[in-house]
Design a protein around this ligand. Structure first.
Ligand SMILES: C[S@@+](CC[C@H](N)C(=O)[O-])C[C@H]1O[C@@H](n2cnc3c(N)ncnc32)[C@H](O)[C@@H]1O
Length: 282
C-alpha cells in the first residue's frame, strides 16, 4: 500500500551507492556523495508512479525489469537545462566565421551533430542560424543530427513546441520567420516551422556506447554542457571518440565551463570553448 505520511525521508547510503553505480555504468553521469538528496528528489516521482515506497524495493524492481526501467531511471536523473542561442558567441562564430568559409565549398554539404541536444533548443538554434545566413542565397545540403540519452526530452524536441517565456531572448524577427504562433487553446505556444524541423533529425544515442552508428563525418560537433556530468576518464574517452567523427577542418563546440585541454593534442583552442581538430602528422 502507498504510504504518503512517512514517505521516503531517507535513502540509505547502501541504496544510494547501488543506484549511483548503475547510473554511472549506464550513462556516465557521476553522482558524488553530495548528490544523495538530488537523487532522492529526482526519483520520488518515478517511485510514486510505480507505487513503490522505498528504494530497496525500487532497486529490486529495476533489476527485474532492467531493460525498460533503466531508460526511466536515466530519464529521471539527467539535467536538461538548455536555451535557444545559449552561449551567443558560439552562434556568432558559426555565422561570421564558419558559414562564410563553408559557403565557398562546392558542392555545399554540411553535417552537424548536436550531441546531448536536450529538448531541441540547441539543434534548432543551429538550423535557424544556417537558414538565416542562406535566406537570400542558394541553401546548401545541410543535415543536423541531434541526439540525447533521455527519451523524454527527445519527445519534446521532436514536437518542437515551446512556451513564450522560453523564447524571450529570441529576436522577435527570428520568432516571426521561424516559428508558428499558436492560436486559441495554443496561445502562448510557438512551434518550430517545418522548414527548420526538416533540417534536423533526432535519435537516442548514449555517448558511452562503444562506437556510434553514424556513417560519414561531421563538419561541426556541438557537445555542450554534457561531459560536465561525467568523471574525468569518461570525459576523456568521449572527447577522444568525437575526434574520429570530425572532418579534418571540423570544429568542436564545448560548454562554457568545459575544456578539451586533456585531449592529448587532438584539438586546439580557437576561443570561447570552440576547438579545431588538430590533424595528426603522418
Ligand atoms: C544540460 S543538457 C545540455 C543541452 C544542450 N547541449 C545545451 O548546452 O544547452 C545535457 C544533456 O546531456 C544529456 N546526456 C547526459 N548523459 C548523456 C549520455 N551518456 N549520452 C547522451 N546524452 C547524455 C542529458 O540527457 C541532457 O539532455
Amino acid at each position: 500500500m502507498f504510504k504518503t505520511g512517512l514517505f521516503f525521508d531517507e535513502i540509505s547510503d547502501n541504496e544510494f551507492y547501488l543506484l549511483r553505480d548503475v547510473i554511472f555504468k549506464e550513462s556516465g553521469i557521476n553522482l558524488t556523495e553530495r548528490k544523495k538528496a538530488l537523487l532522492h528528489s529526482r526519483l520520488i516521482k518515478r517511485l510514486k508512479a510505480l507505487n513503490i515506497d522505498n528504494y530497496k524495493v525500487y532497486y529490486e524492481y529495476l533489476n527485474k525489469n532492467y531493460h525498460e526501467e533503466i531508460i526511466n531511471l536515466i530519464n529521471c536523473i539527467t539535467t536538461n537545462k538548455t536555451d535557444f542561442f545559449r552561449e551567443s558567441k558560439h552562434f556568432k562564430f558559426l555565422r561570421e566565421v564558419i558559414l562564410p568559409k563553408f559557403e565557398k565549398r562546392n558542392p555545399g554539404k554540411f553535417r552537424i551533430w548536436s550531441a546531448g541536444c536536450s529538448t531541441g533548443e540547441e539543434p534548432y538554434s543551429i538550423a535557424i542560424t544556417i537558414a538565416e545566413y542562406f535566406r537570400n542565397k542558394r541553401m546548401p545540403d545541410v543535415k543536423i543530427l541531434a541526439t540525447d540519452i533521455d527519451t523524454d526530452v527527445l519527445g519534446k524536441a521532436v514536437a518542437g513546441i515551446y512556451k513564450e517565456e522560453d523564447l524571450e531572448e529570441v529576436d522577435p524577427a527570428i520568432l516571426r520567420i521561424y516559428f508558428q504562433k499558436g492560436k486559441k487553446e495554443n496561445s502562448g505556444l510557438f512551434t518550430v516551422r517545418e522548414s527548420i524541423k526538416n533540417m534536423v533529425s533526432f535519435g537516442r544515442l548514449n555517448l558511452l556506447s562503444e562506437s556510434y552508428p553514424m556513417n560519414g563525418l561531421f563538419d561541426i560537433i556541438f557537445c555542450r554542457n554534457v561531459i560536465i556530468y561525467f568523471d574525468k576518464k569518461t570525459k576523456d574517452d568521449v572527447i577522444n571518440k568525437f575526434y574520429d567523427y570530425l572532418t579534418d577542418d571540423g570544429y568542436f563546440f564545448a560548454g562554457h565551463s568545459e575544456t578539451l585541454a586533456n585531449s592529448a593534442g587532438r584539438y586546439f583552442l580557437i576561443g570561447n570553448t570552440i576547438y579545431g581538430k588538430a590533424v595528426k602528422c603522418t
